[in-house]
Design a protein around this ligand. Structure first.
Ligand SMILES: [Zn+2]
Length: 185
């Protein structure tokens, strides 16, 4: 898949009830790629930056998206975005690779500030909706990338207690190892 900006006229998309689905890779999302690269363990003699980015781009990372447009009887416009991403990051405690699977859904109401008053009405239960400004060239890839970045943990760690294992595999003797033997369950 070539790296093309994916721009939609969001009001028209909603009006026509259009449906769009596709897959993105990290090549489409340089800011997300940088975030994941920043979580790579820093190895000795590793040129930080380019090497990390290359490593991140080589791992299996995919983002699947589905976008649906909707317009209701009173002329309000909506976008429904579903994302399923499969990314690889690194546990900040044991530094082992760690998959991060996100399954997200977002609901946006499109607000056209130039439209007649009725279109400015925000849906009553607006907690469930984020706002998007009417845009004839809304950058869908940037929106998806933003949502994934916000959902990606900044300092991810394994759910299980992986710190003990990594300490024991270290080359330095663990000064607490002797204490561990004293603690009986
Ligand atoms: Zn870990």
């Amino acid at each position: 898949m070539s790296i093309q900006p994916l721009q939609i006229d969001n009001i028209a998309f909603a009006k026509r009830g259009e449906h769009l689905t596709g897959d993105l890779s990290l090549a489409h999302c340089p800011r997300l790629a940088e975030l994941l690269a920043s979580q790579l363990p820093i190895l000795q003699n590793d040129a930080i930056g380019t090497h990390a980015l290359t490593s991140v781009n080589k791992t299996e990372n995919s983002i699947h998206f589905t976008l649906d447009g909707e317009a209701n009887a009173v002329g309000q416009h909506f976008l429904h975005l579903a994302l399923a991403s499969n990314l690889t990051t690194y546990c900040q405690r044991c530094l082992e690779p760690m998959p991060v699977k996100l399954s997200l859904s977002f609901h946006y109401q499109i607000i056209d500030v130039n439209a007649k008053h009725s279109e400015l009405d925000v849906v009553e239960d607006s907690d469930d909706f984020d706002m998007q400004e009417a845009n004839q060239a809304m950058d869908l890839v940037a929106l998806i990338e933003d949502e994934i970045i916000m959902a990606t943990p900044i300092a991810p760690t394994h759910a299980h207690d992986c710190a003990v294992a990594s300490m024991q595999s270290g080359e330095k003797p663990n000064p607490f190892a002797v204490l561990k033997g004293l603690i009986k369950p």
